[in-house]
Design a protein around this ligand. Structure first.
Ligand SMILES: Nc1ncnc2c1ncn2[C@@H]1O[C@H](COP(=O)(O)OP(=O)(O)O)[C@@H](O)[C@H]1O
Ligand SMILES: [Mg+2]
Length: 294
């Protein structure tokens, strides 16, 4: 586990960056060695503050990149890793976040006492009956997590965008994370200033701050090695989120390309709508029913 981030494993969902390996190390992230070391200790169960950590950072700071890197590396070390990502569109759907975490562990549900299995089944609406109280759900979720950790050798629960976990799930997850013992680690990421039961669980936190000027400059150089010094100089001496540094370089390149070859207005393609990655496709609306139609 000591070489957790020395594997060079590819990170799913992230574009490889040009010429970046020389200055980023095998994990491919710029300026994050200290945070990755902290994460590795948590996932290996040897962190002084315990096997849980919540990363905090503004959008674009690099939280997801850190989680993806950690997950890719730790998966090579065996055990089981659940990588969940809360969705804004499910923030109001009770227990949807808990379902994301527990569903990948369902193969072990059969080993739970019937009462606990039933509590989870009723929570997720798999069987009918009154919803169990929150304590019963929490105890059943804890039992499933501990059982999975024991059977798999180790269990890491990784939750991205935790600011969008529905409150019911956050409450149960906080209960579970506060009680889990050896073999279970929790790593989450959330924006600052949220108010969820998971925030109030008293978990150790680490701030994903903007990259310092040196790292932001390295990122610009790696992503856009041909950037003219006058443009690239704008990135020096300022700190920035990783995403912001990359976007600034892209804007600069796009501006130069526009200057080089201006298309006549009539030939320009319409501006594509901005869509978040993973967002649902646009809804096709049925035409309104004409008044007076049968
Ligand atoms: N340390 C880093 N080195 C290189 N690229 C990074 C780094 N951190 C983030 N990125 C890139 O910046 C963009 C935004 O990062 P992301 O992890 O999505 O931010 P967040 O999850 O905090 O909103 C992504 O394209 C990501 O791959
Ligand atoms: Mg993110």
């Amino acid at each position: 586990m000591a070489d957790l981030f020395g594997t060079g494993a590819a990170r799913p969902g992230h574009r490889p960056r040009q010429d970046s390996s020389a200055m980023t190390g095998a994990h491919g992230l710029v300026g994050r060695d200290a945070l990755l070391g902290q994460i590795a200790a948590v996932l290996a169960g040897r962190a002084a503050l315990g096997p849980a950590l919540l990363l905090r950072g503004q959008p674009g700071a690099g939280k997801s990149a850190l989680l993806d890197t950690a997950v890719a590396a730790v998966r090579a070390h065996g055990g089981r890793t659940v990588h969940a990502g809360a969705l804004e569109c499910e923030a109001g759907l009770a227990f949807s976040g808990l379902h994301q975490v527990l569903h990948p562990l369902r193969e072990w549900a059969g080993t739970l006492p019937q009462r606990q299995r039933y509590a989870l089944d009723r929570t997720f609406g798999v069987v009918g009956g009154d919803a169990p109280d929150r304590l019963a759900v929490s105890v059943a979720a804890l039992a499933l997590v501990e059982c999975a950790a024991e059977q798999a050798g180790a269990l890491r629960i990784v939750v991205d965008d935790a600011q969008w976990i529905d409150p019911s799930s956050a409450e149960v997850l906080a209960f579970v994370v506060r009680r889990t013992g050896a073999g279970v680690a929790f790593l989450g990421a959330a924006r600052p200033g949220t108010d969820s039961p998971l925030d109030q669980a008293g978990l150790p936190e680490a701030v994903v701050a903007a990259l310092d000027a040196e790292a932001a400059g390295q990122l610009l150089d790696a992503a856009h090695p041909a950037l003219p010094p006058a443009v690239r100089g704008g990135g020096r001496g300022q700190s920035a989120g990783a995403g912001r540094a990359a976007r600034r370089a892209e804007r600069a390149s796009a501006g130069r390309a526009r200057g080089a070859a201006r298309e006549p207005a009539a030939q320009r393609s319409p501006r594509a709508p901005v869509r978040r990655p993973g967002a649902l496709p646009p809804v096709r609306r049925a035409p309104p029913v004409a008044a007076g139609r049968p």
